[in-house]
Design a protein around this ligand. Structure first.
Ligand code: SAM
Length: 329
């Protein structure tokens, strides 16, 4: 029986955070410390969880963090994940979200191990601004090398995630449009969500989908193209046919009704929504010797109770029990 929640949504996307450490300290995400707040599990534990979940209908696994490339052994982990088989007897689709800082060296080995796709986060396409946002010097060149190495390794498509904040980097919309066309990558703009450590979010800081489309149209007109229902991003191509961008608009155009995702945190907690106010301790059950059957029972019950939607911007909004870096974006 495939995993389904109380609202009839089929759950087939799994995100696993393999660490909540990060080598970047992006101003809109981190307070500025390097410290991890939660434990990391041995890869075998994540693998067992993934195997059970693939047995329950998961078809896509995304590795994230923190910064997942900080974990030694990630290539072998991908190789083990690639041996799992979905209901249809296929290898699950394996994707990675990374800041790209260490990607130049790892793109080829990860591809060879079975990684299908990569998403690299970049919030500016000029080196100085990039350093101000990440609070790490000289990162831009490393990340650009990582993006190019990914394309050469055959990771396809390479996607770039960019979070826009008003008064900070909204002037990067057109430069990113040019970047998408020149580097042959899909740039996806993400509306800023209240998931940061510093709790600075206000609706005014969010650069919305409508504004992004308007700004990009001053450069070149966009045409919306079809996207899969459970896909987070709305997709657009440039009117001259060269290049594609996406916009992920959880704030101005929530897509919770089509959500197909669950998450495992670095310390082995199951989360059913980015904005969950609690998490479910799958790892503690494992540690106490639960059988696969018991773990399956637990997962099915937790998923059934997945939240209907988030309440960003509504009166009485209750912040998530963890911030983005400690959940896994
Ligand atoms: N370190 C990896 C990276 O940089 O992609 C993976 C983890 S990071 C938390 C995943 C994504 O979440 C990044 O693209 C980041 O920009 C995005 N992100 C972080 N905080 C966010 C927020 N408050 N709202 C929207 N996106 C956010």
């Amino acid at each position: 029986m495939p995993l389904t929640d109380h609202f009839g949504r089929s759950i087939h996307d799994l995100r696993i955070s393999i660490t909540d450490r990060c080598n970047y300290r992006c101003v809109y995400c981190r307070t500025g410390t390097n410290g991890a707040a939660y434990a990391e599990l041995p890869f075998d534990d994540y693998l067992r969880m993934a195997r059970i979940l693939v047995g329950l209908g998961i078809t896509k696994i995304r590795l994230t963090g923190g910064e997942p490339l900080l974990r030694k052994g990630i290539v072998d982990f991908v190789r083990e994940l690639a041996k799992l088989r979905t209901f249809d007897g296929e290898k699950p689709e394996i994707a990675l979200t990374t800041n790209g800082h260490l990607l130049a060296e790892l793109a080829r080995p990860l591809k060879d191990a079975g990684l299908d796709r990569v998403t690299v986060s970049m919030d500016a396409v000029d080196p100085e601004r990039f350093a101000r946002i990440t609070r790490v010097p000289n990162g831009y060149e490393s990340v650009l090398a990582g993006v190019r190495a990914s394309r050469h390794a055959g990771l396809d498509p390479v996607k770039i995630n960019c979070v826009l904040l008003r008064g900070f980097n909204e002037d990067q919309v057109i430069p990113f449009g040019m970047f998408a066309r020149e580097e042959r990558v899909v740039v996806r703009f993400i509306e800023f969500m209240p998931l940061e450590e510093d709790r600075v979010w206000t609706p005014e800081i969010v650069v919305t989908l409508d504004e992004i489309v308007r700004r990009m149209s001053e450069y070149l007109l966009l045409e919306e193209i079809a996207h899969a229902r459970s896909e987070t991003a709305r997709r657009y191509r440039f009117a001259d046919g060269v290049g594609e961008i996406g916009i992920i608009a959880p704030v101005s155009r929530p897509f919770c009704g089509h959500c197909s995702r669950i998450r495992i945190t670095s310390d082995g907690k199951l989360r059913t929504c980015l904005f969950s106010v609690w998490d479910h301790d799958l790892h503690e059950l494992m540690r106490r010797g639960a059988t696969d059957e018991k773990l399956t029972e637990f997962i099915v019950k937790v998923v059934e109770k997945k939240e209907e939607r988030h309440h960003i911007g509504e009166p009485g909004f209750v912040p998530a029990s963890r911030t983005m870096v400690h959940i896994g974006g």
